[in-house]
Write a protein that binds this ligand. Structure first.
Ligand code: SAH
Length: 304
C-alpha cells in the first residue's frame, strides 16, 4: 500500500523516463516558436529590471524537448542556462537543442546567484496528496493493487460536504517555497483554477486518450490542476492571470503577424496555434500564469 502522491511520483518518473510525452499531449512551446520567444523576451526585461546582473542564471524546470529554451534564447542570449530535469531520455533530447545547458535533478545544485526560472506544464506533473470527505471525517487516499484505499487522517482541511475531494501538492508548494527563498523570479504556466476549490483533478493520458490513473503506472502521464491560489498564499507572487491575457500583453499577435508575413507558407499554422493558445475553450483561460518574486517587485510584464 502506498500513499497516492508517492504512487503518482513513481508513476510519472517511470513515464517520463521511458515514454515520449509529446505523443500524448501538445504544449505551448510545441505549438509555435512564438511561445518561447515571448518568454525569452519576458525574461530579458525582468533581468534588466533586476539591474542586469552579469551572474544571472536562466533556469527552466521540466524543459520537455528543450524547444521553449531554444526559442527563448533567440530573444535573449542569456549567459548561463540551467535545466531541472530528471528524465535521462528527455535530457538527451534537450541537449540536442540546447547543448550549453547544465542539468540538475532539483533546485539544490544550482550555483549561487540571481535567477529567472521558467516552468511550463511542470508543476502539474508533480504529485498531489488526495483526500476524500466521509461522514466520519477526512480520509486520505492510498493505492493498493490498482485500487484506492482510504485511511483516516488529521490533515487540516476545510469542512467540505461528504464525498468532496481535496488535493494538496506538497511537492509544488515545496518547490515554490525553495524558489522564493532564493534571489530571483519564477514564472509558471499551467492549467488550474483561479481560486482553490474542492474537486478531483488528477487525470491520466495514455496513448493520447484518457485512462484510469491507477491501471498502468508508468505508461500514462498523470497530472493534476495546479492550485495557484495556494501557491500565492504560501509565497509572494503576482497573478495568477489567464494565459491569453498574459501572452497577448507580451505581443503574441504582433510577433505572430511579423512571422506570418516573413513566412507566408506558415501563416495558417501560426494562426491556428495562436487560436489554441488564446481561445477560452482551448488553452486561453484554463491556463494560468503566476510569477513568484520578492515582495515589493514592481508589476512584472504581463501582470498589469
Ligand atoms: N515544459 C515542457 C514539457 C512539459 S512535460 C513543455 O512545455 O513542452 C513535464 C516536464 O517535467 C518533462 O520534461 C518531465 O520530464 C519533467 N518532470 C516531471 N517531473 C519532474 C520532477 N519531479 N523533477 C524534474 N523534472 C520533472
Amino acid at each position: 500500500m502506498e500513499r497516492f502522491d508517492h504512487f503518482m511520483a513513481r508513476a510519472n518518473a517511470a513515464y517520463y523516463a521511458a515514454k515520449n510525452p509529446f505523443a500524448d499531449f501538445v504544449t505551448g512551446p510545441e505549438l509555435t516558436q512564438v511561445f518561447g520567444e515571448l518568454l525569452g523576451a519576458w525574461a530579458k526585461v525582468v533581468w534588466q529590471g533586476m539591474g542586469a546582473p552579469e551572474n544571472i542564471l536562466l533556469v527552466e524546470a521540466g524543459p520537455g524537448r528543450g524547444v521553449l529554451m531554444a526559442d527563448a534564447l533567440r530573444a535573449w542570449d542569456a549567459p548561463s542556462v540551467h535545466f531541472i530535469e530528471t528524465s535521462p531520455r528527455l535530457r538527451a533530447e534537450q541537449a540536442s537543442r540546447v547543448p550549453r545547458a547544465i542539468w540538475h535533478d532539483s533546485l539544490d545544485t544550482l550555483p549561487p546567484g540571481p535567477m529567472i526560472l521558467l516552468g511550463n506544464e511542470f508543476l502539474d506533473a508533480l504529485p498531489v496528496r488526495q483526500f476524500v470527505r466521509r461522514a466520519a471525517g477526512w480520509m486520505e487516499r492510498y493505492v493498493d493493487n490498482s485500487v484506492y484505499i482510504e485511511q483516516p487522517t488529521d490533515y487540516p482541511l476545510p469542512d467540505d460536504p461528504v464525498d468532496s475531494v481535496r488535493e494538496v501538492s506538497e511537492a509544488a508548494l515545496g518547490f515554490c517555497r525553495q524558489l522564493a527563498a532564493r534571489e530571483g523570479v519564477g514564472l509558471f504556466i499551467d492549467y488550474g483554477p483561479m481560486q482553490s476549490a474542492a474537486g478531483e483533478s488528477v487525470q491520466a493520458i495514455k496513448d493520447g486518450a484518457y485512462a484510469d490513473p491507477l491501471a498502468t503506472p508508468g505508461e500514462a502521464d498523470l497530472t493534476a490542476h495546479v492550485d495557484f491560489a495556494a501557491i500565492a498564499r504560501a509565497v509572494n507572487a503576482q497573478g495568477p492571470v489567464k494565459q491569453n491575457a498574459f501572452l497577448t500583453s507580451l505581443g503574441l499577435y504582433q510577433r505572430s503577424d511579423v512571422l506570418a508575413r516573413r513566412h507566408p507558407e506558415k501563416a495558417i499554422d501560426l494562426k491556428l496555434a495562436v487560436q489554441r493558445l488564446t481561445a477560452p475553450e482551448a488553452m486561453g483561460s484554463l491556463f494560468k500564469v503566476l510569477a513568484i518574486c520578492p515582495p515589493g517587485t514592481p508589476t512584472l510584464p504581463g501582470f498589469a
